[in-house]
Every structure is written in structure tokens, then in C-alpha cells.
Design a protein around this ligand. Sequence first.
Ligand code: PMP
Ligand code: GLN
Length: 386
Amino acid sequence: MSSPWKAERVRSATTTIFAEMSALAVATQSVNLGQGFPDTDGPEFMLDEARAAIAAGVNQYPPGRGILPLRQAIADHASRHYGLDYDPETEVLVTTGATEALAATILAFVDPGDEVVALEPFYDSYAASIDLAGGRRVGVGLFGPEFTLDHAELAAAFTERTKAILINSPHNPTGVVLSDADLAEIARLAIEHDVLVICDEVYEHLTFDDAQHRPLAMLPGMRERTVRISSSGKTFSATGWKIGWALSTPELISEITAVKQFLTFVSGAPFQPAIARALNEGDAWVEQARLGLQAKRDRLAAGLRSVGLDPVIPQGTYFMTTDVTPLGYPDGVAFCRDLPVRCGVVAIPHQVFYDRVAAGRPYVRWAFCKRDDVLDEAVTRLRALA
Ligand code: PMP
Ligand code: GLN
């Protein structure tokens, strides 16, 4: 149902699948393996720092670009992990989560009619932000059952109207980490077509086994045309704090900041010093969290196998994918609708992340960033399906 005044530009913007499925989980008392948020907290010293900041009166508007100690910590993190140097004064912007960084970047650079190439399945906010800007998304498939990038399709996606390419690695929902060959091909095409590159790297630290995240900005000729976007939400298990950031050249960051001012103006004052400290002192905590998450991945994969599903083992992120056809469901949406009622578990159908919905139809995404007892309870409940 919509009002007669709803703008055409936001016609696709309805309640997100994550909010819908989390509400369904609460209503049906289901185990929620849908929305990607962890059910344990980040490092204690980080939580203490935020509490202390509130107590000390850090409760008014912070500077528009974020407090300098946080911008410095973000720059130091990029330098320490990837050898990428950004000037905290001019090349770092703190945002209200990666979501705002993505929206502000897209609104700053995409005009009506411009095309944005993006990996399909797309994270839902990409489609919404491109729509808000009046742009057109052009999907390049990371399609099952292999979920690999087809370089010929990638090359063919670029046209005279292409303004930007938006990539996400590690990739939600597939868990794919783009290979060096994929990154090299994206870089080659970005230069050939002279387009802006937007990299969503929110899962940068959540990689498994031998997979390693390599920012595209590290490749020759890329830093000056790339906006790197990340967030503390995933790295420090604080998805509700909504402290994210964008890193790029002084010109691009100024242009994104100009838009950010009118979306939220500034972001989360008392959380900023806490995230600065987490970035500066939290590497060991993050490494433990990564290993813990990898064990959870393996735990849920074994559980899903025990009920007749065959998960695609992700190289990164919070998520794994299964084809639910073996359980008698050719359509993941029908499966996810029935699941809470049949056995009290919530998952997310891939289909909602696709323009070419047929490619996503049989797949379902399961979040494993949950306590072991929650994962075990989900698997126990899923046995009712077998
Ligand atoms: N990009 C991807 C790929 C995501 O999965 C998410 C959600 N976690 C975001 C961006 C949004 O991040 P944030 O919560 O920091 O806004
Ligand atoms: N990124 C999270 C996911 O993919 C959800 C974030 C949200 O609810 N918008 O599940």
C-alpha cells in the first residue's frame, strides 16, 4: 500500500528484507539467522570508552568530518594493514555507518541516467541509493552454483553512461572474496572507461582460511579514483553504533562530505572515541573474533549438512548460502516464508538481492555470527524439515 504522494524515485523502497525477517523472527519466536548482526558484544575496553565518553559529556555535535583522533586511527589502520596512506585532515570522512557513506557517495557522483555497475546479488542499500540518485544499476552476476565473476560479462557491462563501479568484497550475501585476477580486471576496466570506483569493504577483517582481503585501491592507478568505504559495525561487533567511514582523495572526500552534511550532518559523538581506541588497540581482539567466526561457519555448515543441505562455504562475511531445492523448495522466498512456521527459524532468500531474480531463486542466506548455542538450536529445529 502506498500513498498517492509517494515519489517515483523511491518506488522500490519498502521495508527492508532484514527488518521484515527480524520482525517475523520476534513474532514467531524463531531463531534469527536472517539479519546479519552478532549476538555478542565487541571488546570491553571499547564499550567502557563509550560509557566514559557519555559520562564526560561527549554528547553534542562532533566535527562534521569526525573527531580528529578517529580520523587519525582510521588512517593509521589503513596504513598498518594495507600500506595505504590517507591524510586524516583531508582524506577521511566519518559517517553514520557504511550505509550513509554509500548513500552520500552515490548521491555525490551519480546523476539521473548515469549507470552504476555493481556485483549482483547486490546489498539492498545499493539499489535504493542508486534509485535515489536517479541512476541505473547494471548488474554483473556472481551467480550460483559457482558464484564466480565472469570477466566477459564484467567487460560488457561498461557503456558510455557508466559513471561508477561499486564492488563489495568480501561479498554479502555470497561470502565470495574477489581474487587478484578479478581485482586486476576491475582496475583495468575502471581505467579504460575512466570511472569512479566505490569499494564496500565492511567485511574487510572477516575472511577465512587462506582468503585475504586486498583493497582495490592498492592496485596501480586506483587510489585516486577509488572511494573505500568501511564500518566499525562488523569489525567490532557494534552494528548498532553506526560509525562508518569513507577514504579517498581530498576532492572526492570534500564532495562526499558536502552531501553527508545534509543527510545526518554529523555522526555518533560518544562512539567516535571508542571506535578510535578499538582501531588503535583492537587488532588482537579482531583476530580472535575472526577465528571464532570461522569456527561458527564450520559449525553451521556441519549442521546444515546434517539436515540435507549443501552449503557453499564462504571465504568471508557473516553468511553462507544453500540451495534449498533438495528440501522440496525450488523457490527460496517460499522456503523462507514457511521456515518460521514449520520449525521456528528465520533465514533470508537470495532473490531479494537480484534484478535477474531467476538466478537467485533457489538460494537462501544463513547468518552464522551467532552464539554456538543459538546455531545449535537452529539446527535442532531444522531437523523437523528432514
Ligand atoms: N555493506 C554491506 C555489504 C553490508 O552487509 C552492510 C550491513 N551490514 C552495510 C554495507 C552497512 O553497514 P553499516 O551497518 O555500517 O551501515
Ligand atoms: N547488513 C546486514 C545484513 O546483510 C543487515 C543490515 C540491515 O538490516 N540493514 O543482514
